[in-house]
Design a protein around this ligand. Sequence first.
Ligand code: ADP
Length: 440
Amino acid sequence: MGKAWLSEWLMLGALLTGALLGSVLVGHAGLFFLAAVVVFLSRHLYQLYRLERWLRIGRRRNPPESWGIWGEVFEHYYRLQRRYYKRKKRLARVIREFRESTAAMPDAALVLNNEMRILWFNDAAREVLRLSPARDLGQPIVNLIRASAFNQYLSSGNYDRMVDFVSPVHDSRTLSARLIPYGADQNLLMIRDVTRLHRLQAMRRDFVANASHELRSPLTILAGYLETLNDDQVLGPEWQEPVEEMLGQCRRMNSLVNDLLEISRMETEEADATMDDVVNVPELINRILQYARTEDGARHDIQFECAGQAGLAGVERELHSAFSNLVTNALRYTPEGGKVRVRWYPRSDGAWVFEVEDNGIGIENKHIPFITQRFYRVDSSHSRKLGGTGLGLAIVKHVLHRHNALLEVDSTLGQGSTFRCIFPRTRCRIGAQPAIRSVS
Ligand code: ADP
């Protein structure tokens, strides 16, 4: 028992002893005991009154002086209060610092509640979105930014990436936003003006697209004449090799132009491929393999293992381009007599995988992180000799990105490579029950 409680009991004991003595000496025991209880209760009522008054009017003042258990109660309460004020001050400082730092940021920052209503915004937000505190605080953000891309982003619930949209204030400006949920139900919305970057990217894209387009016609004419020269043998036999070489280079340039056009087209389109069309993947793979076998002329053993009739929501031309690039690479980088296995199968998490495995030259580990970069080749002269453009895997990466898919590469130098395209279940459309069958 603590000292405070002891003194309470001692006081009660003293009052009762006094009452007992009084009643022995004077009589009227009931009156004496009643008086003792009244004195005891009055003290507690008085202390309660002091506590209530202190809480009501003077919580910041020192607590009332008292002894016994009431002294302890006042002391505990006072300590709790001081801790609470300290924490409040610290939080207020953190919030002030956060607001000062976001206010000083060149990017617009808005704090939204769980209903996406504006609670606070910085000076840059006033500029970028023309917000005014009197008019816009408490407004749902979707009333102020009506761009469909932004609304889709907000309702998607997936805020890992940024979303670009046309500024609600200037049609000619592009904004990029990212929502960062924090705390229990607050969100920080960061918005940046990316107009300059967009213009630069558009300029680069347009330049590549225009240059590629312009190169197409002269190349077609050159290839046409060279083919005629090659077929008709109008020149002497000493010209056969140079003409064939020129024709080969023409074809390579043509592939390069086509790949460049394909990349710039994908860059111009929306970030995500459509979900409205369903591609019959087994049929698409069969078509790709049929063409590959004809081109390959039985130099490799090509097999297709299909685990079901699942299709994909997406763009057939793009998937065709990605899959055939992987198959072409497998054939290109696998010596004659090698094996190429193409597979289409589900994973336990519902994702479907397009896989191309070869037992070719393989890729050294240190190159793997870079092979999807444009024009990156492990051995450029080898790739060029085999007709590679250095853009195949860059196209694959773009297509997969637009289909929310991932590319996985396993490779061992001298033993072969496996390229896996993993499509999320949201893109997969199941047609028939999975059943492993092999098509050669
Ligand atoms: P390329 O047109 O040169 O094949 P890609 O972008 O398709 O360009 O591939 C980039 C590089 O990755 C290639 O030059 C090659 O070195 C390597 N590579 C791609 N696929 C394979 C494969 N199946 N086996 C070995 N190396 C490969």
